[in-house]
Design a protein around this ligand. Structure first.
Ligand code: NAD
Ligand code: UDP
Ligand code: UDP
Length: 315
């Protein structure tokens, strides 16, 4: 029997990113404790891990205290797509703020190293392009996205205050749009929406004129970045952007999905949601120099794998 490398807590471990991370950590020889309240996921993403003796699942809402013994904490628990985080905005803020306080309290008691998955949304509708970590952002504090944006901004504040006040080992990464297998098919995010619609031969729902831009990172690249950040020297706290700097308009993304799936249904124009950021592209110089990390999967390869996943799901 192999000896485990240590005990890792992954909050939000049943979600899209969390399930890939749990799988990777098990493969690396860790004991993994997955905590999730299934607010925006189901057991499906982790069903294949349940029989692994080094994997443990706890149904728990991180806004309530949690007493477990661990060496590392990846704190991902939070609804992440606009549809999910706007469904119960007060719960979103509670998850981001109370959830982070509880996980930081847990890290303080156990002296575990703790990593926060923050978001490019902390930059709001950015006036600086591409976004560097020292840009403070342009967030509407009272709009429909604020529960998520301001919640994550406060979570970052808490992480840095726990470091200053209690000398915790913290790691903060700001994730840009990430996609791949195990995205929730109905969470309204652009990649899943376009692919699901295309496979059903329904028109792709293009919000506004589709001139807004995003930069899409494939899940495997992102997981490498999360591990590199956790394993980095203690003085590296972040914030560090993790994303793919390739920038595409949403109309370009629609064209790619149409040509790769062969759908004939075209696009349907719908109104642009309030406060939808106009441009988004990470500057990843810091990730390159401090973590020696950069994405390697081109958008067309990642889309191909994601299309395959959704095709199998609908069979
Ligand atoms: P997801 O919705 O698939 O996963 C989030 C998980 O957290 C879900 O399993 C959900 O049930 C769980 N959760 C929500 N509230 C909880 C609570 N109170 N207690 C316990 N569990 C709770 O989303 P994801 O894309 O995997 O996102 C994971 C993390 O990455 C989030 O923190 C998100 O803010 C961040 N992020 C993701 C992206 C992206 O493009 N996917 C971009 C930026 C940041
Ligand atoms: N907490 C937790 N698990 C632990 C330790 C603490 O969930 O193992 C919670 C605890 O409920 C508290 C929060 O984390 O509300 C913050 O803990 P901290 O020790 O920083 O603050 P205090 O307990 O002094 O308010
Ligand atoms: N979008 C779109 N059609 C959809 C879903 C999203 O045109 O069916 C647009 C949305 O307006 C935004 C971009 O695609 O400009 C990315 O949206 P998503 O919800 O995936 O992520 P976020 O806005 O949080 O970056």
């Amino acid at each position: 029997m192999s000896i485990a490398k240590g005990r890792v807590l992954v909050t939000g471990g049943a979600g899209f990113i969390g399930s890939h991370l749990c799988e990777r950590l098990l493969g690396d020889g860790y004991d993994v404790l997955c905590v999730d309240n299934f607010y925006s996921s189901t057991k499906d993403n982790i069903a294949h891990l349940l029989s692994n003796p080094r994997f443990e699942l706890i149904r728990h809402d991180v806004t309530f205290p949690l007493y477990v013994e661990v060496d590392q904490i990846y704190h991902l628990a939070c609804p992440a797509s606009p549809i999910h985080y706007q469904r119960d905005p007060v719960q979103t803020t509670k998850t981001a703020v109370h959830g982070s306080i509880n996980m930081l309290g847990l890290a303080k008691r156990t002296r575990a190293k703790i990593l926060l998955t923050s978001t490019s949304e902390v930059y709001g509708d950015p006036e600086v392009h591409p976004q560097t970590e020292d840009y403070w952002g342009n967030v509407n504090p009272i709009g429909p996205r604020a529960c998520y944006d301001e919640g994550k901004r406060c979570a970052e504040t808490l992480f840095f205050d726990y470091r200053r006040q209690h000398d915790l080992q913290i790691k903060v990464v700001r994730l840009f749009n990430t996609y791949g297998p195990r995205m929730h098919p109905h969470d309204g995010r652009v990649v899943s929406n376009f692919i699901v619609h295309a496979l059903e031969d329904k028109p792709l729902t293009l919000y506004g004129h589709g001139e807004q831009t995003r930069s899409f990172c494939y899940i495997d690249d992102l997981i490498e970045g999360l591990i590199a950040m956790m394993d980095s020297p203690d003085e590296i706290t972040g914030p560090i952007n993790l994303g793919n700097p390739g920038e595409f308009t949403i109309a370009e993304l629609a064209d790619k999905v149409i040509s790769m799936t062969g759908t004939t249904a075209g696009v349907e124009h719908l109104p642009l949601p309030q406060d939808d950021p106009v441009r988004r592209q990470p500057d990843i110089s810091r990730a390159k120099s401090e973590l020696d990390w950069e994405p390697t999967v081109p958008l067309s390869d990642g889309l191909q794998r994601t299309i395959e996943y959704f095709r199998n799901l609908s069979r």
